[in-house]
Write a protein that binds this ligand. Structure first.
Ligand SMILES: [Zn+2]
Length: 324
């Protein structure tokens, strides 16, 4: 169990899918004293119930890290049988995820003890317990959760006794749309895993929704606990950006880069995220700019038009993007 000492640091990574969050989780998980959970919000539905594999290849119930974490995290609900406990957590998560409920979760950050909403209490308790258990099992000072939704960061921000930070990562929406259209596959140790695809309207809607919700969350997080980065800056100078993230967290452990762009990744226990979490060995981080060549001018203009207010806010040029 946790010993008295500085409070556990938890970093919530917020951003749209295909913004580099999984590779960032893998890199941060290599830092001494850090544990990368991956997309912690999926531990119950995809991990425990659907038995999707952890980064180590085991299902979470048989993973040496997640198995004890699951036991510890659901201990507060010991009166109910295991499947019932897991179902209760998943249905509470679905209840919170209804669009109209985000504001209420955000409003609960400052005074979580005044919020008598059973679903929120359940998810907040179990998520906080899972972070503490993961830190205990891995002897970590810092837990990284790349659940990506501002909602999940708001849930963690209201957990008492954690030292909570938010890293907001944004990527050019044209690149995000292009990435979601490609059926990208990863092959590791003989197993090929393919990432899902999404249409332009679906990706744009989710990108805008994530950005608007992130701005609402930012107003409720102390400025010293909020770091905004762009995927493009991370891909251009990954080592420097990871160093800036460690400085933001008040940490100065060594980082696993072998040069400014290359990082050594070992098998991990990232519980959910895109299939790149299974990638190990020397990995070179570089910007994926294929969209500039492959995406039609018409689609680029359409995405630019639909996302213009946020693109301008984050410093992306809406015009002349296809020159690269
Ligand atoms: Zn594992």
């Amino acid at each position: 169990m946790s010993s008295p000492g500085p409070p556990l640091k938890v970093l919530s990574v917020v951003g749209a899918g295909r913004s580099g969050t999984t590779v960032l989780a893998s890199i941060l998980g290599e830092v001494d004293g850090f544990a990368s959970a991956g997309e912690l919000r999926w531990l119950w539905e995809r991990g425990v119930k659907a038995e999707r594999p952890c980064g180590c290849g085991n299902i979470p119930a048989r993973c040496p890290v997640w198995s004890p974490v699951i036991t510890q995290a659901i201990a507060p609900f010991a009166a109910t049988a295991l499947p019932g406990r897991v179902e209760s957590i998943i249905s509470s998560q679905h209840e919170l995820a209804r669009r109209r409920n985000l504001i209420r979760v955000l409003q609960s950050i400052d005074h979580p003890e005044h919020e008598a909403w059973p679903a929120l209490q359940t998810v907040r308790t179990v998520t906080g317990s899972a972070c503490r258990a993961l830190a205990d099992v891995t002897a970590a000072r810092v837990v990284v959760d790349t659940s990506k939704r501002p909602l999940d960061a708001a849930i963690l921000a209201g957990v008492k006794g954690l030292d909570h930070y938010v890293l907001h990562i944004v990527r050019d929406p044209r690149a995000v749309v292009h990435s979601w259209r490609r059926a990208k596959s990863f092959t590791t140790e003989g197993t090929t895993r393919t990432m899902g695809t999404r249409s332009l309207p679906s990706t744009v809607r989710r990108w805008i929704s994530n950005g608007v919700s992130a701005e609402a969350l930012r107003r409720r997080i102390p400025a010293s606990r909020w770091l905004h980065i762009r995927y493009e800056d991370f891909a251009a100078e990954p080592r420097a950006v990871v160093e800036s993230i460690l400085a933001f967290l008040g940490e100065n452990a060594g980082i696993p880069f072998t040069d400014d762009h290359t990082v050594m990744l070992h098998p991990n226990h990232i519980v959910a995220g895109n299939p790149s979490r299974f990638t190990t060995g020397h990995v070179t981080i570089r910007a994926d700019e294929e969209w500039r060549r492959s995406m039609t001018q018409g689609d680029q203009r359409l995405v630019g038009l639909l996302t213009m207010p946020l693109m301008l806010k984050y410093g992306y040029p809406v015009r002349h993007a296809a020159r690269g």
